[in-house]
Ligand binder design. Structure first.
Ligand code: SF4
Ligand code: MG
Length: 330
């Protein structure tokens, strides 16, 4: 399969709001050196606690947030330095779906106008008749009906609103969809329906997804590959099955220990992490996870771990694997 998106050492820093505990001039290193590649028609899951930088990463890839350093290459085109004008056609290729569909849908617009807006902006329908037909087709694609077109967002349930958000994202026929916690605000039963819909759409329309979540069980269901994010970087990433069968990073192990498993013989011991994610303005030295890691060693406090690849398409950054890297004692 062809690579569709390559992210190289991406950094997104922003200045801290002036009056704060950390004083003036602080910099939030929300995304601090992330690299990955996504192939066509695959789902890349990004998972981590709130505050790890995953939403900023998603917004940065669509260039909604400015990039500080690094590269985003879409279909062999480096878009990291594109201005608004050059991003316009790109926004047709990459679309975003958000956690709270209510906040992202204009309450004063009818569902018809919400979905029609991007079609109008990009001149994708030759006349009103075609526009109407497109909107109705999109509604049906996401499991809604033509009579929903004249209603307003507040008349819908959370799950239906997310379907409207998805229809709107699909209106410009994107290739890549960045979904930022698209089911986190929904009831569990509704979550499954929306995930199934996303899966079907992916197959039918040959879409590629970046799927952002704080919950590994949601990501497990939908993803082919996964990046586990902590304080702005991936601590472990690669093939989903490898990571689920053999999680190497203590952070991945802790996240995974919270996922319910169907097979009762496979008991996992729940690992509870103390405290919350430290500030991205003043991240811990050495391994950024060391302040919360149950396996922390003294080296972890000062030395940044190197990348260890136990097999192709699986890597981890953790000193527990230093002796396996071979070159360490040369
Ligand atoms: Fe824990 Fe050390 Fe590994 Fe970091 S490098 S995850 S602190 S064992
Ligand atoms: Mg978020």
């Amino acid at each position: 399969k062809k690579d569709i998106l390559t992210v190289e050492n991406l950094k997104i820093y922003y200045p801290l709001a002036s009056e704060s505990f950390f004083g003036k001039g602080g910099v939030v290193k929300a995304v601090d050196g992330v690299s990955f590649t996504i192939r066509e028609n695959e789902v890349f899951g990004i998972v981590g606690e709130s505050g790890c930088g995953k939403s900023t990463l998603g917004r940065g890839l669509c260039r909604l947030d400015p990039i500080t350093e690094g590269h985003v290459v879409l279909d062999s085109q480096d878009i990291s330095n594109f201005d608004r004008k050059r991003m316009r056609p790109i926004r047709k290729t990459i679309q975003m779906i958000f956690q709270d569909p209510y906040a992202s849908l204009n309450p004063r617009m009818s569902v018809f106008d919400i979905i029609a807006e991007p079609i109008r902006i990009y001149n994708l329908a030759k006349d009103d008749k075609e526009l109407e037909q497109r909107v109705i087709d999109l509604l049906r694609r996401v499991g809604l009906d033509s009579y929903h077109a004249n209603r307003y967002p507040h008349e819908f349930s959370g799950g239906q609103r997310q379907r409207i958000g998805i229809a709107r994202a699909l209106a410009v026929e994107p290739k890549l969809i960045i979904a930022d916690e698209p089911v986190s605000a929904l009831d569990v039963s509704i979550q499954a329906q929306v995930l199934n819909l996303l899966n079907e759409l992916k197959k039918d329309l040959n879409l590629t997804y970046i799927f952002i979540a704080h919950d590994l069980s949601v990501v497990e269901y939908i993803s082919d590959r996964i990046g586990v994010m902590y304080l702005g970087t991936f601590v472990e990433a690669g093939d989903k099955n490898k990571i689920y069968k053999n999680p190497l990073h203590p952070y991945t192990q802790a996240l995974l220990s919270a996922v319910p498993i169907a097979d009762p013989t496979l008991k996992r011991k729940r690992i509870i992490l103390e405290g919350s994610i430290p500030s991205a303005t003043n991240p811990p030295s050495g391994c950024k996870f060391h302040t919360r890691c149950p396996k922390c060693m003294s080296i972890c406090e000062t030395v940044v771990p190197e990348r260890y690849e136990p097999s192709p398409d699986h890597y981890v950054y953790c000193h527990l694997y230093d002796d396996k890297m071979g070159y360490k004692n040369d």
